[in-house]
Structures are given as structure tokens and as C-alpha cells.
Ligand binder design. Structure first.
Ligand code: SF4
Ligand code: SF4
Length: 261
């Protein structure tokens, strides 16, 4: 199981079969396939903010405990926006920490890359929204392609519950692209404190909610009273606010960014 990022989308274009919107493919994954669970090892698995939010719902941990136990904080290449990387276990086969007896113990909240597989999804900003490309990731060990079930790109996305994941991941990609463009145009970039605030807004919604209670940050966006309540009590609404706030900060109030040394 591999995961494309936007910087590698051209490489995916070259190496994998691209599917047109709605194009069909044959695949099934279930406990009866001979390779069941084989793909949950030695993964380079990035966790988007929404991936982390959902996974943490399964572990029941605070965001700090979750990151400490399961992830490394890295950054989107060339941008500095925080990005989590899931630790594989320190075993010979480097199993995913959520793999139990070859099954996924966090299936309801598994990350977007696990849901999307055997497809890969590459996205980039377009003139009228996010442009999406989907690829078939045919890996020799995966026997799912020998199963009879027929899908197309749309039915697969729906079956795997990817709607909320793709929507949130598209916001994250757009934020990274906006920040990259801003840095190219102005030569200014986030400093460590601002990267830390981005990490708080994107990966620590529980802490961010506590922070918001004692700050005037929400006053910087026009919001209904109902949305304010949601932001303070619903982590998905809080993440959505975090995207809005960071986009406003990056595109609207550039004084939070420091000149490059
Ligand atoms: S069929 Fe493919 S996705 Fe399913 S367990 Fe086997 S290798 Fe993994
Ligand atoms: S989260 Fe679940 S599906 Fe994804 S790699 Fe881990 S065990 Fe496999």
C-alpha cells in the first residue's frame, strides 16, 4: 500500500494506470483473499489532519498522547506545514500498529490512504476547485485484483466512506499549495512559532478548542453563534475553522509571516 503526495503526482502519472472519472476496475479485499493483511507492513503512511482526527477517535487518546505514541511530526516538503507520519512497529516486518491478527483494529477510522487503496489519489488546485487524478496501484503481492467484484471510481469512493476524508484532505492540500505560492511570490515563510500554531490548529483540535476559549481568534472570522458553538464542541468543526483561520492568516494577514533571513 503506497500513498501519493502532490509533489509525486507526475511520477504516479508516469508509473501507474490512470483511471478516467467513473472508469471501472475489478477488485475485492476480504478475509478470504490469500494475501489478507499482507499490505499493512512497512508503509510510508502520512496522516493528514483529518486522518489523525478520525484515528484518534478509535484510540480515545488526547491528541498529544496519540502523536507521542503513534506518529512523528514532519512537514509538507518545501512548505513547512506540519504533517504526521505514522510509526510502524519496531518488529521485523514493521507492522502497522493498528494491525491485529492481520485485521485492521481501527477499520471504521482507518486513514484515507488505506481506504483509497488499491487506487491512489493525486490532487492539485485548479481554476474552479480541486483537480483530482486517480490511479490503479497494481502491486504484485495484492491478489484483490483476481476477485470478481466490479467498481468504478465513484462507487469505490462511496463504498470506502471517502467523502469527508477527501473534502478535508483537499482543504489541507489547498492550504499547502496557497502557502507554497505565497512563499514563492513574497519570499516569506512561516517561522517555528507559526508552524507550531498550524500544528495546534490542524492536529490538536482538543487543545485548539481549549486555546480558543481564552483567545479572540474566533473574532477574526465572521461566524454565526451556532458555528462558534460547534467549533468549541465538535472536533471536525474545529478543524474546519482551523483551515479557515490559517487560510485567512496566510492570504489575508501576511504580517504573521516572517521575511526569510
Ligand atoms: S487484497 Fe490487496 S489490499 Fe487486500 S489484503 Fe491483500 S494485498 Fe492488501
Ligand atoms: S490503519 Fe488499518 S488498514 Fe491501514 S495499514 Fe494499519 S492496519 Fe492496515
Amino acid at each position: 500500500m503506497t500513498q501519493p503526495d502532490n509533489d509525486k503526482s507526475q511520477q504516479f502519472l508516469d508509473e501507474h494506470e490512470e483511471l478516467a472519472p467513473g472508469q471501472g476496475f475489478q477488485f475485492a479485499c476480504h478475509s478470504g483473499v490469500p494475501c489478507f493483511g499482507a499490505c499493512c507492513s512497512a508503509l510510508n503512511l502520512m496522516l493528514t489532519p483529518y486522518d489523525a482526527l478520525r484515528l484518534r477517535r478509535s484510540t480515545g487518546q488526547t491528541s498529544r498522547d496519540f502523536v507521542h505514541e503513534y506518529a512523528d511530526m514532519t512537514a509538507v516538503p518545501g512548505v513547512g506545514l506540519p504533517l504526521l507520519h505514522l510509526h510502524m512497529q519496531d518488529t521485523l516486518d514493521k507492522r502497522c500498529p493498528f494491525s491485529r491478527n492481520n485485521a485492521c483494529s481501527v477499520y471504521e477510522n482507518r486513514p484515507s490512504a488505506c481506504r483509497t487503496y488499491p487506487l491512489g489519489r493525486a490532487t492539485r488546485p485548479g481554476p474552479e476547485g480541486v483537480l483530482e487524478q486517480l490511479f490503479v496501484l497494481r502491486e504484485a503481492h495484492c491478489k484483490g485484483f483476481e476477485q470478481a467484484s466490479q467498481w468504478n471510481t465513484a462507487t469505490w469512493m462511496t463504498d470506502q466512506g471517502l467523502g469527508a476524508y477527501n473534502a478535508a484532505n483537499d482543504r489541507f492540500m489547498t492550504l499547502a499549495a496557497d502557502l507554497r505560492q505565497f512563499e514563492q511570490e513574497t519570499g516569506r515563510h512561516m517561522d517555528a512559532r507559526q508552524a507550531g500554531m498550524s500544528g495546534l490548529a490542524l492536529y490538536q483540535p482538543d487543545d485548539f478548542q481549549r486555546f480558543l476559549v481564552g483567545s479572540h481568534l474566533m473574532d477574526r472570522l465572521e461566524m454565526t453563534e451556532a458555528r462558534r458553538e460547534d467549533v468549541l464542541h465538535d472536533e471536525e468543526a474545529c478543524l474546519d475553522f482551523g483551515f479557515d483561520w490559517l487560510e485567512l492568516s496566510i492570504m489575508g494577514h501576511t504580517d504573521h509571516l516572517q521575511p526569510k533571513a
